[in-house]
Ligand binder design. Structure first.
Ligand SMILES: *[C@@H]1O[C@H](CO)[C@@H](O)[C@H](O)[C@H]1NC(C)=O
Length: 248
């Protein structure tokens, strides 16, 4: 893996956010993950790594099917700088967040859009329905996805997730848990992907970033996926953004 969790979503720097041109299909009754409506999570990006330490060398935007090289509405952009959180601790999975500055300006389109950032320090209630998206396995023995997958993940509040038979001291307040119903879960390959939560006004925000899960399996009960809670990093993101030019 890349080691650190990079926020694999396009964020900020735009006046409107979180409203896809092609709305996602949200069938709450589907058990397990499902293939997403093409381009319904247009802030989802794919990081292409290569070389000995798997450095990120380009970012794919506007993708649905990773096997189709020249998909309409997609493009590949180089990386200018990667900002890893200065207090990132790999062993404790603390401050597991990084930002990428793209090498070029990207024109937003129907297939490439930005998500909203959550309000600073905001929390979501227990059971709040969010969706994890990614090209990794969404459930144990699920397919290795070519097409973007989505899975319903309900937020597990801190009081529950930090219970001793859940994650105990492994989870702190700067993380957020979601899933853990034993059915759907983010899985290997989803690391860095967004936990997308819809606000009351209909816009989607990236509330979490897939950080770690249980070594017992991708969808172990009482072991929800642990996400970096983006709302705990708004000041950090804004600080980094001062270094990063916004073109809009
Ligand atoms: C919904 O609210 C969020 C956060 O306040 C804001 O960023 C977004 O632009 C709003 N969306 C609409 C469609 O008004």
């Amino acid at each position: 893996t890349l080691g650190i969790t990079v926020l694999a979503a396009l964020l900020a720097c735009a006046s409107s956010c979180g409203v896809p041109s092609f709305p996602p299909s949200l069938s709450a009754h589907v058990v397990g993950g499902e293939t997403a409506q093409p381009h319904s999570w247009p802030w989802q990006v794919s990081l292409c790594g290569a070389g000995t330490n798997n450095r990120i060398y380009r970012v794919a935007l506007g993708k649905h099917n990773l096997e189709v090289e020249d998909e309409e509405g997609s493009l590949f952009v180089g990386v200018d700088t990667i900002y890893v959180h200065e207090n990132w601790n790999y062993d404790l999975a603390v401050n597991d967040i990084a930002l990428i500055k793209l090498a070029e300006h990207v024109e937003l389109s129907d297939t490439i859009q930005v998500a909203c950032l959550p309000e600073k320090d905001s929390l979501l209630p227990n059971d709040y329905p969010c969706y994890v998206t990614g090209w990794g396995r969404l459930w144990t023995n699920g397919p290795i996805a070519d097409e973007l997958q989505q899975g319903l993940q309900r937020v597990v509040d801190h009081a529950t997730c930090s219970r001793i038979d859940w994650w105990g001291f492994m989870v702190t307040e700067i993380m957020v848990c979601a899933g853990g119903d034993g059915i759907i879960s983010a899985c290997s390959g989803d690391s860095g992907g967004p936990l997308n939560c819809q606000l009351e006004n209909g816009s989607w925000e990236v509330f979490g970033i897939v950080s770690f899960g249980s070594s017992l399996g991708c969808n172990t009960r009482k072991k929800p996926v642990v996400y970096t809670r983006v709302s705990a990093y708004i000041d950090w993101i804004n600080e980094v953004e001062i270094l990063v030019e916004c073109f809009q």
